[in-house]
Design a binder for this molecule. Sequence first.
Ligand code: SAH
Ligand code: SF4
Length: 460
Amino acid sequence: MNVLDSELIIATLLREGFTQAESMKKADVILFNTCSIRQHAEDKIYSALGRLRLSKEAHPEKIIGVMGCMAQKDNAQIFKRAPYVDLVVGPGQIARIPELLAKIRAGKGPQMELSLERRGRGRHEVEDSFDFYDPMREASARQNPFMAYVRIMFGCDQFCTYCIVPYVRGPEQSRPVDEILAEVRQLVDQGCREVTLIGQTVSKYHDQPSGTRLSGLLEQCERIAETTPLERIRFVTSHPNSMTPDLFEAVRDLPHVMPYFHVPAQSGSNSQLKRMNRGYTVEKYRDVCRQILETVPGAAITSDFIVGFCGETEEDFQQTVELVKDIRFKNSFIFKFSPREGTKAYELWEDDVPEEVKRRRNNELLAVQNQISTEESAKFVGQEVEILVEGTSKSAMKLPVLNGAAEFPEAVSDADPTIQLTGRTPCDRIVVFDGPRSLIGNLQKVRITDSSPFTLFGEI
Ligand code: SAH
Ligand code: SF4
């Protein structure tokens, strides 16, 4: 979500005549796009702001802004903790950043723009004015010009008891199908070969007027792929409760839709799942995974887990370990529970699992997952896989958006030396291999010769 928001902000500012600075030191405007999912993410921003204090004193004309979920959550507190911040903008108002920057530059003082302050607990009480902000896409603002995220849903209404997202990203809303398809077409025109449809619960996608669900949307994206260079369509994140056979069948039947499902389980214990308000049992979760693999054999399933949530016993945790061992996820993202003020868990229960126990469970679950990932990766050795080549292994691994770094393939020439390239399999496994730069942005068959838990190595 934040990668996409950053791209959109960069694109807007480029159109306003800004250019990307080479470093923070040289920048006139510094914007932090923040996350508030865990305390750690917020602490990092406050320390980064702290490091800018002296520089702002020396250069008062530098504009410092905080945007995104932490801006929404902490709002005016940010000005208290870092009085030299000029701009605080919630995730629903990023379209207004250019106008707010102009006001600050005109000497109108610090600006704050939020629209989700009056939020009910456990449900959304007010109709928020959330700007639908996916304007013209701009390839040079993307980390990789061949791959782009497309927002299909805003917000979330699940209200998992540990989670801050519904409070900072607003109510769940599906974007109209036509708007999404127009954006996909625009991205393809800009050279995109892969689009990932994103939302907090994409399997709940429902365009009310047309009745289109995620499976129908994938079908319409497939129609675009049939007649254009669009090669791959992905979607994240799915919620087990809204994954129905039509979705699995769409993935099975549509050749451009990749066999990859990110379905966070969060825990393998029914009492913890209940406390988390996830709305499913572990039996239901296992059944969803079974249906996925029955319909789409060989599909990759990945998951998220929280360890050390309020009241988690050793037995609860062992049930999570069992689930990971049984499903054999391609990969799991494992998080130590971080209490978030404003959530139901924060209000109702003590954060009672000691830090060292959280750490131990985190490491134990990681070790189990790593072992599985190692074994699953090794199965690819000797196989031929089709990969979409993303870039040189250095450029593809680079994460922070800086300077657009658009790496378009140069025309094929005799002098196209072999370099180390990277790309992904349909199941989203990273493959590193040697080949000419001209392959970047294209599909390529590669034979896998070696593997590590999270990377495959191959040759053309
Ligand atoms: N909408 C997605 C998840 C978005 S948040 C879903 O429901 O699956 C990404 C992940 O962060 C979650 O899946 C969860 O594992 C983790 N997370 C959310 N809140 C957290 C918290 N308070 N502490 C630790 N991890 C958390
Ligand atoms: Fe958070 Fe749950 Fe919504 Fe995911 S589904 S964003 S975990 S509230």
